[in-house]
Design a protein. Structure first.
Length: 116
């Protein structure tokens, strides 16, 4: 059974458009080629829907970037993630980032798929 890593980021709105350009031109192609990535999504400007018995939006706002990775298991993820993102090829991508300090918030969640 696979492990799904759902990564949510809140990018500073001042840097968001430049982040999207970098992600589109550099990060997403690298991620899709070097990892088992299911997709990479960015906020399209539509307002979020927040509901429930105690809805609370983070003071940092809603995440505006999400990407999902699939791993065979947590042990593989924990070994491979730092290796992949420590590679020279990723460092070349990261060096083109418009502002590495534009990440207001990051959240990684680990889930199993129920419908397979």
């Amino acid at each position: 059974m696979a492990l799904y890593e759902i990564r949510d980021y809140t990018i500073d709105p001042e840097w968001f458009d430049r982040y999207v350009t970098w992600a589109r031109e550099h990060a997403t192609p690298w991620i899709m080629s070097n990892l088992d990535a299911l997709g990479f999504w960015v906020h399209d400007g539509q307002p979020a829907e927040v509901a429930g018995s105690s809805p609370v939006v983070s003071p940092n706002g809603q995440p505006n970037v999400t990407w999902i990775l699939r791993w065979p298991d947590r042990a593989t993820r924990d070994a491979e993630f730092p290796r992949k993102f420590g590679s020279d090829s990723w460092k070349e991508v990261w060096a083109k980032h418009p502002n590495p300090d534009s990440y207001v918030h990051m959240n990684a969640r680990f889930m199993e798929r129920l419908d397979s």
